[in-house]
Design a protein around this ligand. Sequence first.
Ligand SMILES: Nc1ncnc2c1ncn2[C@@H]1O[C@H](COP(=O)(O)OP(=O)(O)OP(=O)(O)O)[C@@H](O)[C@H]1O
Ligand SMILES: [Mg+2]
Length: 497
Amino acid sequence: MGYRDCEIFSVRELSKSYGGVQALKSTTLRFMRNEVHAIVGENGAGKSTLMKIIGGVIQPDSGQMFYKGQEVRFSSPRDSINTGIALIHQELSMMPDLNIIENIFMGRMDSKFGIVRQEDLTSRTQDLLKTVGLDVDPHTLVRKLSLSQRQLVEIAKALSTNANLIMMDEPNSSLTDMESERLFAVIEDLKAKGISILYVSHKIAEVLRISDKVSVLRDGAYVGTLDRADATADRVIQMMIGREMDINKFSRPSQKRRVILRVKGLTGNGFRNISFDLHQGEILGFAGLVGAGRSEVARAIFGATRFSSGSITLDNELVLFDSPSKAIKHGMAMVQEDRKGLSLFMGLSVSENISISALPELSRSGIVNYSKVNEVVTTYKNRLNIKVKDLDEPVSSLSGGNQQKTVLSRWLSTDPRVLILDEPTHGIDIGAKHEIYKLITLLADRGIGILLISSELPEIISMSDRVVVMREGVITATLDKDEITDENIMRCAAYEP
Ligand SMILES: Nc1ncnc2c1ncn2[C@@H]1O[C@H](COP(=O)(O)OP(=O)(O)OP(=O)(O)O)[C@@H](O)[C@H]1O
Ligand SMILES: [Mg+2]
């Protein structure tokens, strides 16, 4: 027998490079039936590359792959899907102008069933949506869905293929803890049915909880695999970054200074009667379930969407921004949640992406001071450890986490009065997260008011001076430092029974 009975998939000495970057170096791994196998590693370690190769999206330069012991070669995603493999991409990949049913069954609508009965697909989609806990009409256009809802549809789509191996590349990066819980229950269920899961995530605690095995990649190379029993956070992190790290809380002396941003009675699409003060040098956390209206409020303040009533005062001046560029001129900055759609210029270089918003400060009489630009860009590249060979490379060639660091650098370099961060550490590895927390703290110490929207409770709890909790478009609580606890936040964020 060429393979053990329970092996579902293995890769042997798989390598892949992009130009001079070796994304995957001779990696050998084996995945078993009924197994949740996590792949962890810093941003740019090669996790997505491995998954894309197994998913047939890209081809390796060398190495072999085996499905149930038989060698396989995938020249397209279709080959991988037909073999029984499903991939949930890190970057969502749906067609916004098609509805949920069409997105889930795209390309499979006629082949298998002859003439498809629309009602069948509708009811199958309903079942799938129910499984992942998404309560929307299957005919809804994907464009109308929030980021987290799209993520749930991606998961539903993977489930619909009846695959034996499901690869999830950060499937819950936009989901709240509660929504993630349902995903974990789905994973348990799949496992019980004999299905194997390959799971990529930067959330170490959750990886340890749900995985049977944890494999670590560093700089494209395989470092090792730990069994559940031997896997502790310290060991995994040490394997990931090659050194020990202190992941303790950030604590800052809380200091109340003058109000820099005052929002009063703000009402608009998705939120009502929102009032709060943001002080100079304060980190004000915004907690709540996805769909609670936090991003909508932030976008309205930033001038990206309209509100119907209420007022915004910035440094005692009543302001009304009809576009983000007006807000930026007044010293506001915002890192949006969806980096691909809203924050990055995929066609521009890393350097241009970092410096674009700071160009006015880096120029004199319209002439850009390139040595200054270079200095700023290099500073942020080093601080956040952005993994890129050449800063003139297009930002599209960066790994997901490194793209996020680029977006952050762009706004951090503008030196704003008020900085709105919407899920700033999505998809960012633990070492870089630490750097970002340090930076945010530093900015607050410099007097910048920071509005931090985050669905990661540990992040909210350790970073915030005060926390605003929202539920279904309204503020349900404003917690002072000593009231900020898991229970308090969850109680105010969760739906009343
Ligand atoms: N299309 C591409 N062109 C050039 N380089 C690429 C391309 N895709 C990936 N890379 C490089 O390959 C390396 C591995 O990237 P990969 O996306 O696999 O990392 P990752 O482990 O998934 O990181 P993250 O946690 O940030 O998602 C990175 O250095 C990245 O910049
Ligand atoms: Mg990735």
